[in-house]
Ligand binder design. Structure first.
Ligand code: GTP
Ligand code: MG
Length: 234
């Protein structure tokens, strides 16, 4: 609980078995519910999540094996967000990159300023934080694309950490099962008349485990989706 609010955390995971326990060990006790949603993992992610859920009652092991173009990041988040029972639903990656330990100060800021959705922003980078230059450039191009097409100013279109007040969860109208859930959740939150949206600066840590990300392919796919989505009725 943070300020008397129940906090749920959704962790989409594909093949994060080697370090899942370490990621979970780092999660503060203030998080009341941890929904680990595996998507087509071929390692022991699901077994580890199930085993840990027997020891820690906060953990719920889920699977959503639907994919779009081979990716299920968005489906995993949609399932976790739907099943979460908290007053505030957090999202983060299962690779220890996002500062889940900062949840208290971010939720306090959210409540004090009456925001409904906070997207955590990694830019400008803090000293010592390494994000590949091609990723930084790609994020910047997508931020500009969103500003030009939608008139929305977002500093980190591809952040994987956010906080949603449960009462606005259905206003997000999430549909993208692949990586495009990430820009979709921010664009829809910022566009909705019923959602008070802001960004909050964070620092990012080094990934545990190997990266499987294809930055160019994913980035190009984002650029095309952001353009096409502009012509879809919201
Ligand atoms: N690759 C992949 N990851 C998924 C999928 N579904 C859920 N995930 C998880 O989504 C989170 C973000 O994926 P990452 O592989 O860390 O992608 P990224 O953060 O863009 O890139 P790196 O951290 O640099 O590898 C991780 O927790 C993954 O385990 C999926 O279908 N494919
Ligand atoms: Mg990552």
């Amino acid at each position: 609980m943070i300020k008397n609010k129940k906090i749920s955390l959704v962790l989409p995971c594909r093949n994060e078995g080697t370090h899942l326990k370490e990621v979970l060990d780092r999660i503060p006790k203030t998080i009341d519910e941890i929904l680990i949603v595996s998507n087509k993992s071929t390692d022991n992610t699901v077994e580890i999540a199930r085993r840990l859920s027997k020891k820690d009652r906060r953990i719920i092991a889920l699977e959503d094996n639907r994919t779009l173009g081979g990716i299920g990041y968005g489906y995993a988040h949609m399932t976790g967000i739907k099943k979460a029972t908290g007053d505030i639903i957090m999202g983060a990656d299962g690779d220890a990159t996002y500062p889940i330990h900062d949840a208290s100060k971010i939720v306090e800021y959210m409540l004090a300023n009456n925001y409904d959705f906070i997207s955590c922003n990694r830019y400008p980078l803090q000293d010592g934080v390494k994000i590949p230059f091609k990723l930084q450039l790609g994020v910047n191009l997508l931020n500009w694309e969103i500003l030009l097409l939608y008139g929305i100013k977002i500093k980190d279109t591809l952040s994987g950490m956010w906080f949603i007040k449960q009462e606005v969860r259905d206003e997000l109208h999430l549909t993208m099962g692949d990586w495009n859930l990430s820009p979709q959740i921010k664009i829809n939150a910022a566009r909705s008349k019923n959602i008070r949206f802001t960004e909050y600066g964070i620092t990012q840590d080094q990934r545990l485990g190997e990266t499987k990300q294809n930055y160019f392919k994913t980035g190009f796919n984002h650029a095309m989706w952001i353009l096409k989505n502009r012509f879809v009725k919201f």
